[in-house]
Design a protein around this ligand. Structure first.
Ligand SMILES: Nc1nc2c(ncn2[C@@H]2O[C@H](COP(=O)(O)OP(=O)(O)OP(=O)(O)O)[C@@H](O)[C@H]2O)c(=O)[nH]1
Length: 215
């Protein structure tokens, strides 16, 4: 009931179901309150869920079709509940995810510290070749920030995971995060080995060209 209320604030969403093979599945994971639902709503509807915070219950999803270099890539994005009590539900979905966006909140230290535990969980439950990206969300909240961008970069480097900061409030890098993942998934499906794609290089290049976030 609570989950339904949360997502009905933006649009009408039916019960989640497993994606047919034609879809690429992207799962949003991370502690409760880091902004997973807001990131999804920003990406899908270019809107921001302001106001009181309602936790997701279980799992929900939305579809979006992206045009990647002239090819249609269908994404089914799963919004998971960050609360510990729903962890077993999330575990059941990992193995069907083609990509994972792992979020922490730059204004919440423990959400950042918990990233190591999330990575352990991902290692245990997700496919070995899952596309993974670490996102430091709420980058707009400069006054409340407690996790530096460099700390996020350092952690991501330690685990060999692409990284960027995002803001569901302003839309910073939200489109880029999903597009980068879709590009990686599309390139993986191309049989030609000369078509190499480096996710972090692509993200850095795109951020540089938009004048965002990196020197
Ligand atoms: N300033 C700021 N606030 C944000 C941002 N993203 C989300 N929030 C706020 O953070 C709170 C939690 O956002 P949600 O998207 O519901 O968090 P969640 O990760 O889906 O939480 P669970 O459903 O419990 O797992 C809400 O009050 C949002 O308004 C952001 O980019 N910037």
């Amino acid at each position: 009931y609570v989950k339904t209320v949360k997502l009905w604030r933006c649009s009408n969403i039916s019960a989640p179901r497993r994606a047919p093979p034609a879809l690429s599945t992207v799962m949003l994971v991370g502690d409760s309150g880091v902004g997973k639902t807001c990131l999804l709503v920003r990406f899908k509807d270019a809107a921001f869920l302001a106001g009181s915070f309602i936790s997701t219950v279980g799992i929900d999803f939305r579809n979006k079709v992206l045009d990647i270099d002239g090819v249609k890539v269908k994404l089914q994005i799963w919004d998971t509940a960050g609360q510990e009590r729903f962890r077993s539900v999330t575990h059941a979905y990992y193995r069907d995810a083609h990509a994972l966006l792992l979020l922490y909140d730059v204004t919440n230290k423990s959400s950042f510290e918990n990233i190591r535990a999330w990575l352990t969980e991902i290692h245990e439950y997700a496919q070995q070749d899952v596309v993974l990206m670490l996102l430091g969300n709420k980058a707009d909240a400069t006054h409340d920030r407690v996790v530096k961008r460099e700390d996020g970069e350092k952690l991501a480097k330690e685990f060999g995971v692409p990284f960027m900061e995002t803001s569901a409030r302003t839309g910073l890098n939200v489109e880029l995060a999903f597009t980068a993942v879709a590009k990686e998934l599309k390139h993986r499906s191309v049989k030609d080995p000369s078509e190499k794609f480096k996710l972090q290089e692509y993200v850095n290049k795109e951020m540089r060209s938009s004048g965002c976030c990196r020197s």
